[in-house]
Design a protein around this ligand. Structure first.
Ligand code: SF4
Length: 169
């Protein structure tokens, strides 16, 4: 396909992102985020994702949230590869015995002020994977958690809303 034809197709398709939902109200009582720590993160937030023992269902929804349709980057949240570059650690899944150490090290390597988000029912309370032989516990048993996002898995809209509560955009 020629570049000119490709450009015509892109122009014809137009924007495909979902229209922006209302901005979450930080004073609605639903966000337990500490204002003194989020103040430094407003506007632009770098996110390091850690799969601590997920079934990968939550990862599919994270990919959708950061993809072109839900496009959470337009609200200032961006995935990064290193915790050294991150403000937020986004944790999915139960914490398995083998991932407890790497999760603690990842959070410790993330500079302050940092926030930890437990994404999905497994991360919050072990969910469907409770009682598994390799399961150590929910994320809050291993590292302090600032924000929880319920759902199995949470829908992309819920992920976008949680990150917008951090960016304030
Ligand atoms: S919350 Fe549901 S989708 Fe997410 S890791 Fe657990 S079982 Fe999988």
């Amino acid at each position: 396909m020629s570049l000119a034809r490709l450009a015509r197709l892109i122009r014809a398709a137009g924007r495909i992102a979902e229209p922006p939902p209302p901005r979450p109200d930080p004073d609605d009582g639903l966000s337990p985020l500490p204002a003194e720590r989020t103040a430094a993160l407003r506007g632009s937030v770098q996110v390091r994702h850690v799969d601590a023992g997920s079934c990968n269902g939550c990862e599919i929804e994270i990919a959708a949230a950061f993809g072109p349709v839900y496009d959470v980057e337009r609200y200032g949240a961006r995935l990064v590869a290193s915790p050294r570059h991150a403000d937020v650690v986004l944790v999915t899944g139960v914490v398995t015995q083998n991932m407890a150490g790497p999760l603690r090290m990842t959070v410790a390597a993330t500079p302050e002020p940092r926030l930890v988000i437990a994404l999905g029912d497994c991360a919050r309370s072990c969910g469907a994977l409770r009682g598994g032989y390799g399961v150590l516990g929910p994320v809050s048993d291993v590292v302090p958690v600032d924000l929880e996002v319920p759902g199995c898995p949470p829908e992309p809209e819920a992920i976008v809303e949680a990150l917008r509560r951090v960016t304030g955009r």
